[in-house]
Design a protein around this ligand. Sequence first.
Ligand SMILES: [Zn+2]
Length: 266
Amino acid sequence: LRPVSSNGTQVTVPQVPAFLAVYASEIDGLIHEQGPDGPDVGPLLAAYDLHLGRLVQAVADAGLGDRTAFMLTADHGVSRWKASVMPALVEAIAATGLRPEVVTVGRSPAPETDIVLTSNGVRMSNVYLRNAAAGDDGRAAVRRAAERVGHIPNVFDEGDLRRLRASDKLGDMALEAEPPYHFSLLDDGKDRGSHGSTFEQSVPVVLAGAGIRRRRRPLDGASLVDVAPTIAMLLGADPPADSQGRAMHRAVDLSVVRGRGLSGRS
Ligand SMILES: [Zn+2]
């Protein structure tokens, strides 16, 4: 076995791994900086495509093509941000007579602040209702202000946040601006990218190789929690004990997984 370079260190892998995860991290940072349409995004994706091709070829060259399955996916999507709605939102809330304040990371609101808005989520602002705004009137005032400002299509109240399984530290309400609008105080008109709202929840998943059935919808309503059980199925292993997901069973040909010894070689 030949040593391979792992981040500059020569490493010898003692045997063919049962499972190999390859994480492409640069694309996230690049899209944060340039936005999804940035000039360097296309060339980086083309380079990834080339490396993926090398990986698939290397598996074939090693004679493992008939017992190796491939899955390509992402942990989140991305959308563009360019124009802040925060100044207009603060103005619209102040016009109701309540006192808004935008609080950034590491800072605390003034005691007299009624409505605390966070700006660090970029696409999402968490809202904390205090003093005169605590309760339904404050909630209604925030809703009206968001409507007047526009570009804030999603206003989640406490019930919505519970359904989204949000932490109870995320406030009494949460607002989401539609791309390319945002809540950041950084408002220089430059294109950037972000994730962390319901606008970036869709991800691709591509399954290919040994044991994968072609032209099948792998699972209705498939989600990221289904990735681990699917990998387990391809390995011929039990799903993780605390798994919430389901294997994408329609895409997996179990006779191949069992028959060709795909397990332990995915
Ligand atoms: Zn990111």
